[in-house]
Design a protein around this ligand. Structure first.
Ligand code: NAD
Length: 254
């Protein structure tokens, strides 16, 4: 299939759904990959909201690794190409599973974050907002092992002035998804003519339901991924390759 065919299908009523694959070229590994965090940490403990409420030190043990990676990442050509499509009036908005804030840093203005964001943090009791950068700056001044030892004893865990634990606004297992981005994502997926799915394995809800919403309303689906996905068979356009190579070429063609 030629990329020009996809370029011709990009009307102003196109939406994008992005997963960890748009950010791997920025140096953020996907979680399910060979060396991914989810291979090394048991999610039922380290990524669980009920466990966070009981003892946040496990979540932080995994999350300081993420914060360390996020310190030095920047948008890559896949992010900037999507921002360029919006500027050219070809993209209505982005639905993302990512928590890294890189679409916004690349200049995209309509971004619905299904799994929350690492940019801000909130107290789980009173909801007071905090800047995750400041928390990260403090926590990353410790050696990881020393920090985790202190946290296991209840020390150095970010805490609100009300006494509640502070947690980055990323959605953990067992935690309610934010309602507004989910509703906006569903509306966009079901009303667009074309859903461009980039770098998502489409293995988790709610992302994996969105291409069905598009198809049910006679919209078309395009998939750009390094690997096959379970949705390749319902897509009109499928491109197997790197998002950071394919998307900039697409921008040149529209
Ligand atoms: P995922 O299910 O979205 O899988 C990543 C997909 O991207 C895979 O199908 C892989 O083949 C593809 N891919 C990787 N690099 C690519 C590239 N350069 N070009 C095209 N395709 C590429 O993500 P996951 O790793 O299983 O993570 C699950 C969830 O964890 C995400 O939905 C997200 O909430 C969170 N997560 C976020 C980030 C981030 O914010 N950057 C990173 C990792 C995980």
């Amino acid at each position: 299939m030629e990329l020009i065919e996809l370029a011709k299908a990009l009307t102003g009523n196109t939406a994008a759904l992005t997963g960890a694959g748009v950010s791997t070229p920025s140096g953020i590994p996907d979680f399910r990959g060979e060396n991914g965090l989810w291979k090394r940490y048991n999610l039922e403990i380290y990524g669980s909201y009920p466990q966070f409420v009981k003892d946040p030190s496990y979540f932080w043990e995994m999350h300081v690794e993420i914060m360390h990676t996020f310190k030095t990442v920047y948008p890559n050509p896949a992010h900037t190409a999507l921002a360029a499509l919006e500027k050219k009036g070809k993209l209505r908005g982005i639905i993302t599973q990512n928590i890294d804030g890189l679409h916004q840093k690349a200049g995209s203005t309509v971004v619905h974050e299904l799994h929350g964001t690492n940019e801000t943090s909130s107290c789980i009791v009173c909801g007071k907002k905090y800047d995750t950068n400041q928390i990260s700056h403090h926590l990353l001044s410790f050696e990881k092992e020393e920090l985790i030892n202190l946290m296991r004893k209840g020390k150095e865990i970010p805490v609100c002035e009300c006494g509640g634990w502070v947690k980055p606004d990323v959605i953990l297992f067992g935690e309610l998804m934010p309602h507004a981005p989910l509703m906006a994502a569903r509306e966009l997926a079901q009303s667009c003519d074309l859903l461009l799915v980039v770098g998502s394995s489409l293995q988790v809800e709610p992302a994996c339901s969105l291409p069905f919403l598009t198809r049910r309303n006679n919209g078309r689906v395009a998939i750009i991924n390094r690997e096959r996905t379970p949705f390749d068979s319902i897509a009109t356009f499928v491109f197997h390759g790197n998002a950071e190579d394919i998307l900039p070429q697409l921008v040149q063609l529209v």
